[in-house]
Design a protein around this ligand. Structure first.
Ligand SMILES: O=C(O)CCC(=O)C(=O)O
Ligand SMILES: [Mn+2]
Length: 198
């Protein structure tokens, strides 16, 4: 595995901001989301079959921010005040504009997300995605689409923000692999801009 570095991430625009959300705020947010989000098992398409996704999820956003994801269409749940405040903070810091957030909850090291790019048409040609991690630190991998041996890796910890923009999705896939030794939960929030349906 290559260590992450500019040479390994040509054509990508990825920034890791460790501890972007201070520890106390991250603790509270993690607990509140565990308790208050209506967590669902989304059905996704894998190798042509419909299967339960190996994690829990919830799609939140403005009413027009409908999203097709792994072959299914999601109508967003409304914003809880805590998450719209977080969106406001990202926007106030100039980190992008966002009308939706996908929450994923990894119940332990056996929950994961396979290789994919966030390249659905409604995200546009150069999506900016702001990903906030809470709870257990997990490995986040990137690999080039045209040469999958070229990889980079980040360890995403409690309160870390990862920004992916520009042509990252066009040239790279990413994944959150299983980590057998991890027992604690992790929640990840990916803030996105979905082109509204007219
Ligand atoms: O959990 C993560 O860090 C990755 C989530 C992700 O790739 C996604 O929601 O599309
Ligand atoms: Mn993704």
């Amino acid at each position: 595995m290559f260590p992450p570095g500019p040479d390994d991430l040509n054509d990508a625009d990825v920034r890791h901001l460790p501890g972007w959300l201070p520890g106390g705020q991250a603790d509270v947010l993690h607990q509140v989301l565990q308790a208050e989000i209506s967590w669902e098992t989304h059905r996704i398409r894998m190798f042509g079959n419909w299967v339960d996704s190996p994690r829990l999820s919830c799609w939140i956003g403005d009413p027009q921010a409908r999203y097709r994801y792994s072959g299914a269409e999601f109508v967003p749940h409304p914003w809880p005040p805590r998450l719209s405040a977080l969106r406001d903070r990202l926007q106030a810091e100039g980190l992008g504009r966002f009308n939706s957030v996908l929450l994923n909850r990894y119940r332990g090291g056996g929950d994961y997300m396979g290789w994919h790019s966030d390249d659905e048409p409604e995200l546009g040609p150069a999506p900016l995605i702001a990903s906030l991690s809470l709870g257990a630190a997990r490995r986040f991998l990137l690999r080039r689409r045209d040469d999958t041996t070229r990889k980079a890796e980040f360890l995403l910890g409690h309160g870390d923000l990862l920004l992916m923009g520009g042509t990252t999705q066009r040239h790279y896939q990413h994944a959150l692999p299983k980590m057998a030794r991890v027992q604690d939960e992790r929640i990840n929030l990916t803030f996105r801009w979905i082109t509204p349906r007219t």
